[in-house]
Design a protein around this ligand. Structure first.
Ligand SMILES: Cc1cc2nc3c(=O)[nH]c(=O)nc-3n(C[C@H](O)[C@H](O)[C@H](O)COP(=O)(O)O)c2cc1C
Length: 269
């Protein structure tokens, strides 16, 4: 598995410095995020705030690609306010040697709520001369199959919330039907108890990592609660699990509640 770091900046010097540092750390491909819609990012001309400024994007790419040996992947949205802003941005991106373009098929104003605009994604795919990665609402096998029919030229697919809500999704999509057990590679339907064990293992690894990296129980609990806002949807009884997890005020009661949650049934795989 390759980890691709992501950079969120509009400052050419800082961008080049960050790329050089990442290169020294062993990363040869880095993603530039032109999709982040949050106000303190986009409102300050970074992330999606750059989408209305294709000439600035051109200047930044020209500078950093000449300064560093790192290859760039770029993630965009349809636009900041206007869903056609990506057309001019794609023309610029086509002039640079990129590894791929990822399109999140919503505007910044649509955040994560509106349905992705597949018609515009289809047109963008035709316009893009780089490997094109589609992103937006990939949540299940049948929806993914219909997207593949609409975008047969896509070079890849990025899953967002679908993977947080149902961590087995990527494997499930790869198999197209049924699940390959990640542990031993065996194919077929995952039994509910096995799915529960895998999910518990996933939770425990995530908890141990966050415990290691975050300072203090408050931040650890906040981060785990944020994960649970997605993970609860794995469980049939999601509402009561969400309530109990939300009430936890310290790590021991959190871990007790997690044990209790994992006694509940998962949705069928
Ligand atoms: C809580 C949250 C955090 C996110 N953080 C990032 C991020 O750091 N970098 C990024 O490229 N996208 C980020 N995204 C956007 C997702 O990668 C993805 O583009 C978006 O959720 C649309 O895909 P989806 O409809 O499948 O969820 C984030 C999304 C959410 C909901």
């Amino acid at each position: 598995m390759i980890t691709m770091p992501q950079v969120l900046t509009s400052d050419t010097e800082n961008f080049a410095d960050a790329l050089l540092m990442l290169f020294d750390a062993g990363h040869v491909v880095v993603n530039w995020n032109l999709g982040c819609p949050t106000r303190n990012v986009a409102g300050r001309g970074r992330g999606c705030g750059l989408m209305p400024h294709p000439r600035r994007i051109d200047e930044i790419l020209t500078y950093v690609l000449h300064k560093t040996p790192v290859k760039l992947s770029v993630k965009i949205r349809l636009g900041y306010h206007d869903p056609d802003e990506h057309l001019a941005v794609l023309e610029v991106l086509n002039q640079h040697p990129l590894t791929e373009v990822v399109l999140h098929a919503r505007t910044a104003g649509q955040t994560y709520l509106a349905a992705p605009d597949i018609d515009r994604a289809e047109a963008a795919l035709a316009l893009c001369r780089h490997p094109f990665i589609y992103n937006g609402d990939i949540t299940d096998v049948s929806g993914f199959q219909s997207l593949r029919r609409r975008l047969p030229g896509a070079a890849g697919w990025m899953i967002g919330r679908g993977a947080l809500t149902w961590p087995f999704l990527a494997t499930q999509l790869k198999m197209d039907n049924g699940i390959a057990l990640p542990k031993d590679g065996c194919q077929g339907q995952l039994r509910p108890d096995d799915a529960r064990l895998l999910l518990r293992e996933f939770h425990d690894l995530m908890f141990a990592d966050y415990e290691h990296w975050l300072s203090g129980p408050r931040r650890l609990l906040d981060r785990m609660k944020a994960q649970w806002s997605y993970l609860v949807h794995c469980f049939v009884d999601s509402a009561s699990i969400a309530t109990r997890i939300g009430r936890c005020q310290d790590v021991p009661s959190y871990l007790q509640t997690v044990d209790w949650a994992f006694e509940h049934s998962l949705h069928s795989t």
